[in-house]
Design a protein around this ligand. Structure first.
Ligand SMILES: Nc1ncnc2c1ncn2[C@@H]1O[C@H](COP(=O)(O)OP(=O)(O)O)[C@@H](O)[C@H]1O
Ligand SMILES: [Mg+2]
Length: 140
């Protein structure tokens, strides 16, 4: 199952992310890809805003991992700086990946073995103030 949408404005992009977030449950993993500046972090923020409400504060865990407390908790992991998959074993992400939270991972291909086999894959194309093309794929 794959869907692909063109989103002309940042507002459309955020609305799409918010609508998508309503499908998510604890234990779901969302693997985000797309170049720097494409909107992966913006997507995560829109998900958090939709599910938890505005002005969420996150607990400062590590620079590569922010946990937004709530029901369920949302873990935002960014593996941009991980260049050797072996490093990921040392990140201590077991808590994030124990199935009790929604997990969104940027640059997941830097440590693909961390990401559940059953996942949503979201690919974002586009940059700057231009439109974004977002593809969503359910992998099981
Ligand atoms: N149509 C759009 N959709 C998404 N983001 C947009 C759009 N237009 C401009 N932007 C901007 O693009 C930037 C995306 O940055 P960010 O989410 O940090 O990217 P990434 O995490 O992929 O590196 C944000 O500053 C956002 O405001
Ligand atoms: Mg980012």
């Amino acid at each position: 199952m794959e869907e692909r949408v063109i989103l002309g404005t940042e507002r459309d992009f955020e609305a799409f992310a918010a609508a998508f977030s309503r499908r998510l449950h604890a234990g779901d993993v969302v693997a985000l890809s797309g170049p720097l500046g494409s909107g992966k972090t913006a997507f995560v923020r829109a998900v958090v805003r939709c599910l938890h409400g505005a002005d969420q504060s996150y607990s400062p865990t590590f620079t590569f991992w922010h946990r937004y407390e709530g029901t369920p908790a949302i873990d935002h992991i960014d593996l941009f700086r991980i260049d050797d998959p072996r490093e990921s074993a040392e990140l201590g992400l077991e808590e994030a990946l124990d199935g009790s939270s929604i997990v969104l991972v940027e640059w997941w291909r830097n440590a693909p073995e961390l990401v559940a086999e059953r996942r949503y894959e979201i690919e974002i194309e586009g940059s700057g103030n231009g439109p974004r093309v977002v593809s969503v794929r359910r992998v099981t």
